[in-house]
Design a protein around this ligand. Structure first.
Ligand code: 9Z3
Length: 392
């Protein structure tokens, strides 16, 4: 069976490296202002981000719901996990018609939430609105419409088709049991900013749980965003047909040279006025704030998604070194349903994979994957060879 030692104590905080890394200081020591260490750089970034960006309309309501949920389970001595799931969006307009999205259907998060519930955790499921949810995921987003699982029964009743009945009953019972025992709280987000506000609020509420708090960060988080001062109110236009002049003549193009050509392409085939150039700022790396300030005693598991196999483990290791949390689970986009790599402090990397006979190309690939991690399965020191993977 799978043995992977995760102790709750993190390696000691790298205070000396924080203060000795002069390259990270944003002010020179000759400045009369106080030096910004890496530590308070993170605090400043947090203060700025959360004052400059708008909080989601439902933040207060979500905070209240999460607070009641956490207090209820804390009183029972139960462990609580915050599972984040789905992709965050980056709006390009305040009244958003267009946005950039991050890949994630929510399979990992929704499936993991079911396993956490099975193990006795209470689950706060912070998910991208309309992405997969625990239990209902078995019947949504599938190739079949959920109505295909049903038929009309006697006296106007609705009945599950025979072949699905056993599994549906099992899933329904698990779902109802979680609901009746108040073990599952689902909270939605859409944008990266919504996500970060709610993540911070809940992580802070989980502090009193101490080591009974687990944060399992499977959501696919945007690395870049449009800061509020550069975000337009209305839908970005592709022509100047909407220019409002008193007469019907189009607005003159000022500085025609600049308007017509941009500096990214020396011989553009399309004039700049017709192109959309999106200029994004980096999203501050709040994992540091989460680990050190928002939930310092909780166990923190983050995911690292890459497409290039050459850099996955290195990036996972880098993330662990930088944020000093408990575990990074690395996965590649193309093989995420079949294998992951566990990278934890002081331990050899472990590739955990769905056993060969279960490595079919099915929608339940991730279910198998999580099951493997929970109950034992193939473990290796290296990723699979592409020839060993399912087709497609
Ligand atoms: C993951 O790597 C998840 O496993 C997937 C799951 C998004 C691949 P699906 O929802 O996919 O089952 O379709 N999440 C990425 C987490 C992430 O964005 N992490 C950040 C980073 O890598 C830091 S927390 O920088």
């Amino acid at each position: 069976s799978l043995s992977f030692n995760l102790s709750h104590s993190r390696p000691s905080s790298p205070v000396s490296s924080i203060f000795s890394d002069s390259s990270d200081r944003t002010m020179s020591s000759s400045s009369s202002k106080p030096e910004l260490t890496r530590q308070n750089t993170h605090e400043v970034a947090e203060r700025d981000y959360f004052t400059e960006n708008p909080a989601p309309a439902l933040l207060e309501k979500f905070t209240e719901q999460a607070s009641d949920f956490i207090n209820f389970h804390a009183a029972a001595g139960r462990r609580v996990v915050l599972v984040t799931s789905g992709g965050t969006t980056v709006p390009l307009e305040r009244q958003t018609v267009r946005f950039i999205d991050n890949f994630s259907a929510g399979t990992r998060g929704a499936t993991s939430a079911e396993y956490f519930l099975e193990t006795g955790y209470a689950v706060i499921f912070l998910h991208r609105q309309f992405s997969l949810l625990p239990y209902s995921r078995h019947y949504s987003h599938a190739t079949d419409c959920f109505l295909d699982f049903l038929h009309e029964g006697p006296n106007g009743s609705v009945v599950a088709n025979e072949e699905y009945r056993e599994k549906m009953l099992k899933v329904l019972r698990q779902y109802n049991s979680a609901k009746q025992k108040n073990l599952l709280l689902t909270l939605p987000f859409t944008t990266i900013t919504d996500y970060l506000f709610v993540l911070r609020a809940i992580a802070q509420l989980m502090r009193p749980l101490g080591p009974n708090a687990l944060l399992y960060l499977a959501a696919a988080v945007s690395d870049f965003f449009v800061p509020p001062e550069r975000m337009v109110e209305h839908k970005i236009q592709s022509t100047n047909a909407a220019d409002t002049k008193n007469d019907s003549t189009p607005a003159p193009i000022e500085n025609a040279e600049e308007e017509t050509f941009d500096n990214f392409d020396s011989s553009p085939a399309v004039p700049r006025s017709k192109r959309l150039i999106v200029d994004l700022d980096p999203v501050p790396k709040f994992l540091k704030n989460l680990v050190d300030g928002w939930a310092p005693e909780g166990m923190i598991v983050s995911f690292k998604l890459e497409t290039d196999p050459e850099i996955l483990v290195h990036k996972a290791q880098y993330s662990l070194d930088r944020y000093q949390h408990h575990l990074v689970i690395g996965n590649l986009l193309s093989t995420r349903k079949w294998e992951v790599v566990f990278v934890a402090p002081g331990q050899a990397d472990q590739w955990i994979r769905v056993p060969r006979n279960r490595r079919k190309k099915t929608i339940s690939g991730i279910e198998n994957m999580v099951g493997v991690a929970a109950s034992g399965g193939e473990i290796g020191e290296r990723p699979l060879d592409p020839s060993e993977l399912p087709e497609g």
